[in-house]
Design a protein around this ligand. Structure first.
Ligand code: SIN
Ligand code: FE2
Length: 210
């Protein structure tokens, strides 16, 4: 028996899209912060558990915890999988955005940095490695536009898709928090923010229960 949310069209309740929330100067400042993070915690190549197939995105993290994917599984850990160093601190501007928009009383513990080259994509998945789903997943898009897709709690649920552009913020809360979602494609050369093109997505997450 399909649920109501699976039969109606459009994203699930709790999904919020704030187009252009960050202006260009704020986007530029954030990119500089992320460059500093990535100098200390270089992008690494995540792999699918078991198969070892590489993701098409490269990743890094900041904050007390970082999300990693390797042959042994998906998990959060306090250190970089290649350098072994603790993740850099989360830039205060990210914590301020979380405080402004998340509606959640505690700080995020992880900010995953996904870098998409022009052919990268992200298959449909749920963010489910956190202990606490009452906090939203808070996503910021920088650089080239992408096509983002979101469905429901089951992989078979109908999906809807739309473009996310540089400066857009998305919140996955409520039913949307555990909905399947992914990135179908990047639209190359749609932004001048990143000098070599591509897209950065930042997702802040609360990992442990408060
Ligand atoms: C993700 O689901 O981890 C990334 C979403 C995005 O790139 O917009
Ligand atoms: Fe995700």
């Amino acid at each position: 028996m399909p649920t109501v949310s699976a039969t109606k069209s459009g994203p699930p309740p709790g999904f919020r899209h704030l187009p252009g929330h960050l202006e260009r100067t704020a986007q530029e400042a954030l990119v500089e912060e992320i460059r500093a993070v990535v100098r200390a915690a270089p992008l690494f190549q995540p792999m699918m558990p078991r198969t070892g197939k590489p993701f098409s995105v490269r990743m890094s993290n900041c904050g007390p915890l970082g999300w990693v994917a390797d042959r042994t599984g998906y998990r959060y850990q306090p250190t970089h999988p290649v350098t072994g160093a603790p993740w850099p601190a989360m830039p205060p501007v990210l914590l301020d955005l979380w405080t402004e928009l998340s509606g959640y009383p505690a700080e995020p513990e992880a900010c995953l940095i996904n870098f998409y080259g022009e052919t990268a994509r992200m298959g449909l998945h749920r963010d489910e490695d956190e202990e606490d789903f009452s906090a939203p997943v808070f996503s910021i898009s920088l650089g080239d536009t992408c096509r983002f897709r979101i469905g429901g709690p089951s992989r078979k649920d109908p999906t809807s898709s739309f473009k996310l552009a540089s400066g857009d913020i998305v919140l996955l809360a409520g039913e949307a928090r555990t909905a399947y979602h992914g990135v179908d494609r990047i639209y190359p050369a749609t932004s001048t923010l990143l000098k070599d093109g591509g897209r950065i997505n930042l997702t802040m997450r609360r990992v442990t229960k408060v």
